[in-house]
Ligand binder design. Sequence first.
Ligand code: FES
Ligand SMILES: [Fe+2]
Length: 410
Amino acid sequence: MSRTAIQWTTPPGLPDDHYVSAEVYTDPLLFQEERSKIFARTWKFVCHESEVAAPGDFRAIEHVGIPIVVVRGKDGIVRSFINACSHRGALLVTEPIGNVKSFTCFFHLWSYDTKGRCTSMTREEGYSQCGLTKDDVGLRQVKTAEKLGMIFINLDDAAEDFDSHVGDAMDDLLEPMGTKPLEVFHFHRVRLTANWKQWHETNMELYHEWGHVVNRTTSVAVDGYHNRMWSIHENGHGSLEPLNVQYKNYKGWESRDNLVLPGLQPGEFRVVDVFPNTTVIVRATTIRIDTSIPIAPGITLLEQRGLGIKGESAEDRDERQKHHNQFWGPFGRNLAEDVLFVDAVERTNRNGASQYGIFARHEGLKSQDDEIVRAYYRTWSRYMGRKANDPFDRSPALQDRPTSKKTRAA
Ligand code: FES
Ligand SMILES: [Fe+2]
């Protein structure tokens, strides 16, 4: 039966964590709060170690609007700093990527080494009267961690270590990412007209694999697909038991028996979701790291990296790249479909045409169970101090309010 306006806007008669208010994707206040309560306090993937492979290699990025430079020191350790000169705050590094022996600010030429120590203040003697020395004006270091070649940062000095934050959530990546050196062979950004969480949901709720033309035949139709169990890890992370995807089931595609990454079976698919917005997907021969940069409630910059084995032959790289691009390249099947999926949801959420998203599937934690998303939003709620189904406490208490079912019956 179709519904009236009141029925349509009445919260679903479901437990609180089984649906999400569209406000969590569209409200500017919540978006700002997410910056301070989530992104400024939790670990954020920023790049792969191969992007800063040599001493002095750096990448300048922005995280919650704060410029940050990630640099490999002469000692081989990757560190991060707020990309602001200690003197008057000028942006220290203005190139997005490069290699330096030291950083020199272009304003009054103060210099810093790759450990963030100030090594030179122009005409330093002018500060002797007030006692300001180089030791007082080092860069602001940002907590940095590396796991399986992935580099994460955390703006919160008091945050727990990355290893305890992530626990065993990345264990499925130990062999494919931790055996041979890998490198990024593909990088591109996609501007999504969607909220950053709408994208991350597509990486978690595999119910939407029905929407992917390739996945219907190569994955969903494969024996064992619906028997894989999700592991719900603490702090909003998730990982799913592997599946041997049958790539040859899609017309014109071949099975992935060669160039298989360490520890994997031919065709093997693995997925690891890391809170708040990073996903690693392994597809037998290639790996995609997917993360996002929230720009506005309905605009997200998606960053995609494709990984292969460092030093492999051009022929092998071509094959691996082909496998990567079949799914996730700019013209890949799944990337294009996912972009359309999230755009379609955002278009109805934006102006209140739809008000709730439902994550109510129970399949005993198997592939298309929504518990992974529910657990994610429970973590979101913990950081935000708000309920994802009613972030502004607009609804009366659950026991008092009419549910859709009750309204329908009336
Ligand atoms: S602002 Fe950098 S040296 Fe003055
Ligand atoms: Fe998808």
